[in-house]
Design a protein. Structure first.
Length: 371
């Protein structure tokens, strides 16, 4: 098993109450008063209290082209991801030169050289670091990225991997588009970055009592650590038009079906049971659930499909309320919150999950360490 040494989520500094964002966004999106009223209602029901934006709120009126928004993504996304990586590496007691593999995921901007290259120079990673840039996993990128990092470490058990996710969802706002999908997205998604440091099973830091150079015992801080036990991926047939992007001259326009929660409700239980059964477990044996904060209806669908209590999705609700849906970053923010707050005993299983275009489901089975 690989070991999660640290998880750090970072939010940009421009913080606004949901009501302030609604007031600024409504004139940009919905020119018809009736549609503006619908937008305000959708924003109120999003389960979001505040969001953190990469730019001051007043600057979004001037961003109306793919070129303009993507330039902001590359500039600001790299800085935010760098901060998350530095925090995660420091918390794990790992020097940048000790990182052997980087998995970088985002779906809200594009860069070539890719973000992992830009980060490599800024962080001081080795020239021979292995890199896996990813675009297209969407909201599933945090969970899928952790799964692919684990896969890499199974083949390279002496390595340290760095997973980094950055999403600047606010840059995808489509001006003058009062479709239900765009109005929902304008009230739901936020900006952020997260980084996770993971050690392979043969690495010295994979031991629960490990202390490397400059890393005192327990240097992962008050936050608990976890082992990655197994992963599972699923694609739901006939759902390619349910979630994703329509790429326009004005940027990424969201495709978001109202049927998404129902799709999860129809498939998720079998996927989770299948993963757990391979390890002699059932959902009733799992005390900790790390659920992507995709929105109130998505969280409800997961809760109901798996027969969970509302308390089992508490950290997902908190992440949604405090930051909005952070796309691939979301489940990693929920993971950090869960490792801080869970009272489950050491050795207890936890299931991490997120959902993205496909429609896809990415699952990770964890075993909690510490208490």
């Amino acid at each position: 098993m690989s070991r999660v040494l640290s998880v750090e989520a970072v939010l940009p500094g421009h913080t606004y109450a949901q009501e302030a964002i609604t007031a600024a966004v409504a004139p940009l999106v919905a020119h018809d008063p009736a549609r503006a009223a619908v937008l305000r209602r959708l924003h109120r029901s999003a389960g979001v209290d505040e969001r953190h934006l990469v730019l001051p709120l007043e600057e979004y009126a001037g961003l109306q082209s793919m070129g303009a928004t993507n330039a902001v993504f590359v500039r600001e996304g790299t800085l935010l991801a760098e901060e998350a990586c530095r925090r995660a590496l420091a918390a794990a007691g790992v020097e940048p030169g000790e990182v052997d593999h980087v998995f970088a995921t985002s779906v809200t901007g594009v860069a070539a050289p890719s973000l992992d290259v830009l980060l490599s120079e800024r962080l001081g990673l080795r020239g021979d670091v292995r890199r896996t840039p990813s675009f297209g996993l969407g909201c599933a990128g945090g969970a899928g990225g952790l799964g692919r990092v684990h896969d890499h470490l199974l083949g390279h058990p002496g390595d340290v991997s760095l997973l980094v996710a950055v999403e600047l969802c606010s840059l995808t706002l489509q001006h003058g588009d009062d479709s239900a999908a765009n109005m929902v997205a304008s009230g739901l998604f936020g900006d952020g970055a997260a980084a996770v440091v993971v050690a392979g099973a043969d690495h010295p830091l994979a031991r629960a009592d490990a202390a490397g150079p400059g890393r005192p015992a327990g240097a992962a801080g008050a936050r608990r650590t976890a082992q990655v036990v197994d992963t599972r991926s699923a694609l739901y047939p006939g759902t390619t038009d349910a979630l994703g992007w329509e790429v326009r001259d004005t940027g990424f326009a969201i495709v978001l079906s109202a049927d998404l929660p129902d799709l999860l409700g129809a498939h998720l239980l079998a996927d989770v049971k299948g993963l757990l059964a391979e390890h002699g477990l059932t959902p009733a044996d799992v005390p900790a659930w790390v659920v992507h904060a995709g929105g109130p209806r998505v969280i409800d669908a997961v809760r109901d499909a798996l027969g969970l209590a509302e308390d089992d999705v508490r950290e997902s609700r908190a992440s949604l309320a405090g930051a909005g849906n952070l796309s691939s970053v979301s489940v990693l923010d929920v993971l950090a919150r869960t490792l801080d707050a869970s009272g489950a005993p050491a050795g207890a299983p936890a299931v991490l999950m997120a959902f993205g275009p496909g429609v896809s489901c990415e699952l990770v089975l964890l075993r909690l360490e510490g208490s």
